[in-house]
Write a protein that binds this ligand. Structure first.
Ligand SMILES: [Zn+2]
Length: 319
């Protein structure tokens, strides 16, 4: 116990004293609180005053900081990590507690115009950088500054997101939920995007898509409730587009089988294989013709003409 009191008398702080005699600093604090240990006031007016403030420590930090300021003034560039060495953390904590951060400390001392003279070493890349490269932080941050430079923080945030499996999974789940809720929009958006890429018309609205679906109540050829929206005149031949009258619901296997083929030829070649009904097909062609303001004959000729005259999908002015 005597040695602790000796250290305190010699001007060591409670924390430093605890460290030097190898006990937890709360033990020293408690002993000071109950009066077992005493902290001597250095500037007394003759009386032996005792008080429980760490006045020596206060002087110590201020002295070190003052030296740092003048070093910055004289040398033009000082790295606060390099200058303070292992005192970096205690001085840093002092600044954080008393001035919030190093910038405010400089401001209070009238050294703000020399701000660019002060450098700090990034804990990640190890580069010595001007203080403006470190974000101001509240709470338990020495000197009130982020230990990593802004560039390293950005990299860390990015890598965390990239490597964070739960973040990726969450994106997938949210993405899937959104897609499930907005399937109609996605049909329209996806097709509009593809049509736009090939300079084709792409004016199908969600309302028109709704009308199209209601016209068939399921796949246009089978009535199946699961279907894809198919371009009757395929985008790949440079005609048609994502427009009302060129989009029909088709069961996915039919959609895949039809692909870039002429719908009339494809139907003739595949009706038996897929056991398709001629009546449904005729109804579909009636609907397509009227949606395109044509007679069935005109529509048929139009489809054949499109397939006979494919154009580069990147050409402008397609029909
Ligand atoms: Zn860095």
């Amino acid at each position: 116990m005597e040695s602790a009191q000796e250290l305190l008398d010699a001007g060591f702080s409670k924390t430093k004293t605890a460290e030097m005699i190898g006990v937890h600093h709360s033990k020293i604090c408690r002993l000071v609180d109950i009066g077992e240990l005493e902290i001597y006031l250095p500037f007394d007016d003759g009386d032996d005053k005792h008080q429980s403030k760490d006045l020596y420590e206060w002087l110590w930090e201020e002295d070190e900081l003052e030296a740092l300021l003048w070093k910055g003034y004289d040398e033009g560039k000082v790295d606060i990590n390099a200058v303070l060495g292992e005192r970096y953390y205690s001085v840093g904590r002092y600044v954080q507690n008393n001035y919030k951060n190093f910038h405010l400390f400089l401001a209070q001392k009238g050294f703000l115009p020399l701000e660019d003279n002060f450098f700090k070493t990034c804990s990640t890349c190890g580069e010595s950088k001007q203080l403006k490269n470190f974000s101001k932080r509240k709470g338990e941050f020495v000197f009130g500054l982020e230990p990593q430079c802004n560039r390293c923080v950005e990299g860390r945030v990015r890598n965390n997101l990239i490597n964070n499996e739960s973040y990726k999974d969450r994106c997938k789940v949210v993405g899937k939920k959104w897609r499930d809720r907005n399937k109609d929009k996605l049909y329209v958006y996806g097709h509009i995007r593809r049509a736009r890429e090939s300079n084709l018309l792409n004016d199908l609205t969600t309302e028109q898509l709704e009308i199209t679906k209601l016209s068939f109540s399921g796949c246009a050829l089978t009535g199946d409730k699961t279907y894809h929206m198919d371009h009757v005149i395929p985008l790949a031949i440079g005609h048609g587009g994502t427009t009302y009258g060129n989009m029909i619901p088709l069961r996915s296997d039919l959609n895949i089988s039809k692909h870039c083929n002429n719908i009339f030829e494809w139907f003739e070649a595949n009706r038996q294989r897929f056991e398709l009904s001629q009546e449904r097909f005729d109804t579909l062609i009636d609907w397509l013709a009227s949606a395109n303001a044509m007679t069935v004959k005109e529509y048929r000729e139009y489809v054949y003409w499109c397939h006979a005259n494919p154009c580069d999908v990147n050409d402008k002015g397609v029909i």
